[in-house]
Design a protein around this ligand. Structure first.
Ligand code: GAR
Length: 194
């Protein structure tokens, strides 16, 4: 059973999809803690509904990214977390977090990386006029939205799409692939030879 720590900044629909996957045994895991940087984020209510402990680490109250990430690592260690799942985590991470959970730190991004990293990825795709958009689950490296890709899903961009309509088509796929990608990464980790 994987011991997950979720880092989330906002709505938390990916957190919810992971909980649903655990609930119906598509993912053999347990969420030990949800760490959130925004007071009032919907993910806090979702976690409470599932009786998952939440820790609010408001980045505005930390002197630097390094100090915030130190507090995040301490929190994750205190909650006996083995794998860190960034699910709508909208802060850049430091080497500190990466080193502490090397090979067990995953992110999801709403584009077919390496296209459209960073903020407003869905609007970036619309602006570029691509006909295929999608989402990517990847291991986290220091550069924003970079690192080895674990799983992707593509969706069509349809005539008349808005950022909201394309985002919701992408999110259906996010909710499908994130639990599967976590299971795949764990499988790869635990069957690694040499
Ligand atoms: C997701 O679409 C995720 O891909 C994106 O934020 C959304 C969070 O939704 N993440 C990024 O843009 C990271 N660069 P959620 O809070 O409902 O899971």
């Amino acid at each position: 059973t994987l011991k997950l720590g979720i880092l989330a900044s906002g709505n938390g629909s990916n957190f919810e999809a992971i909980m649903d996957a655990i609930e119906d045994s598509r993912l053999n895991a347990k969420v030990n803690v949800v760490v959130c940087n925004n007071p009032g984020a919907n993910v806090l209510e979702r976690a409470a509904k599932w009786s998952i402990p939440t820790v609010l680490l408001n980045h505005r109250e930390f002197a630097s990214r390094e100090v915030l990430d130190q507090a995040i690592v301490d929190t994750l260690v205190q909650h006996d977390v083995g794998w860190v799942i960034m699910a709508g985590w909208m802060r850049r991470v430091t080497q500190h977090l990466i080193d502490a959970f090397s090979g067990r730190l995953l992110n999801i991004h709403p584009s077919l990386l390496p296209s459209f990293p960073g903020l407003h990825a869905v609007q970036q795709a619309l602006d570029a006029g691509v006909q295929l958009a999608g989402c990517t689950v990847h291991y986290v490296e220091l550069a924003v939205d970079s690192g080895p890709i674990i799983m992707q899903a593509a969706v069509p961009v349809l005539a008349g799409d808005t950022e909201a309509s394309l985002q919701s088509r992408i999110q259906v796929q996010e909710h499908r692939i994130y639990p599967a990608a976590i299971a795949l990464a764990a499988h790869a980790h635990f069957t690694k030879t040499s």
